[in-house]
Write a protein that binds this ligand. Structure first.
Ligand SMILES: Cc1cc2nc3c(=O)[nH]c(=O)nc-3n(C[C@H](O)[C@H](O)[C@H](O)COP(=O)(O)O)c2cc1C
Length: 220
């Protein structure tokens, strides 16, 4: 597959066939992803290939309330878990299990579940002293996660990056023996897609690109 095609057509896949993913293929995907960039080339990632069904179910149970909360906050019109001007919302309005989640409901049988952890001791958190939430640290781990998805796509697989587990890291981290000073960055689900959406809905360049400054003229 052409690199550009891969970049432009790798959509989120949340439904998988029963076909198992061979360990050699998963190994090859991770072997591609390890070429991702990271700050100082410190490669601060570790991956747990979560195979144990019991651990998966417990992870799913821990993550499901996060999904319920996500759905409930979304219903208020605000970005879930935003750190900017978050309006208060009633936790009581969260109806557990109201909206099914294919990934979490089927976590025991999803072909591949990867937990990706980041070594906070190896990440230069350039914005750590600013009076706002940090964001730069993720830049040393999410290119790796994205490369997992791109490599998977090039091999006929699909998947999705999720971050539910981070919100309940005391529970999910303990299930995975997350080392001290490491953070759970993502749970990646992979498998052979039931359906691969290739026409992705994304905003055009001129909607997010300006000249010189962020309030400049549109770049064309
Ligand atoms: C950092 C990140 C976190 C995400 N978290 C979740 C998640 O928790 N659950 C989920 O179903 N999808 C998650 N996604 C997938 C996005 O919803 C998806 O990439 C986006 O909606 C675009 O979908 P599309 O590629 O099918 O158009 C996440 C994606 C990223 C990059």
């Amino acid at each position: 597959m052409e690199l550009r095609d891969g970049i432009r057509t790798t959509g989120a896949v949340r439904g998988f066939t029963d076909q198992a993913v061979d360990d050699e293929i998963l190994q090859a995907i991770l072997d591609d992803a390890r070429f991702a960039p990271s700050g100082g080339n410190r490669q601060p990632w570790r991956v747990a290939v979560v195979q144990d069904a019991n651990t998966r179910v417990k992870l799913g149970e821990a993550m499901k309330p996060v999904w319920d909360e996500y759905v409930a906050i979304s219903a208020t019109g605000q970005t879930p878990f935003t750190v900017v001007d978050a309006a208060p919302y009633q936790l009581a309005s969260v109806t557990p299990g109201n909206v099914p989640n294919d990934l979490l409901d089927n976590i025991a049988t999803v072909p591949v579940v990867l937990a990706v952890a980041a070594d906070l001791g190896s990440i230069a958190m350039m914005d750590k002293d600013l009076d706002r939430a940090t964001i730069t640290g993720g830049a040393s781990i999410y290119p790796f996660c994205w490369s997992v998805l791109l490599s998977a796509r090039s091999r006929g697989l699909g998947g999705v990056i999720t971050t539910f587990a981070s919100r309940v890291e005391p529970t999910t981290g303990a299930l995975l023996n997350l080392p001290d000073n490491w953070a759970l960055a993502a749970t990646i689900f992979l498998g052979y897609p039931i359906k691969q959406t290739t026409k992705l809905t994304r905003r055009p360049v001129e909607s997010f690109t300006t000249v010189n400054t962020f309030d400049g003229l549109p770049f064309r």
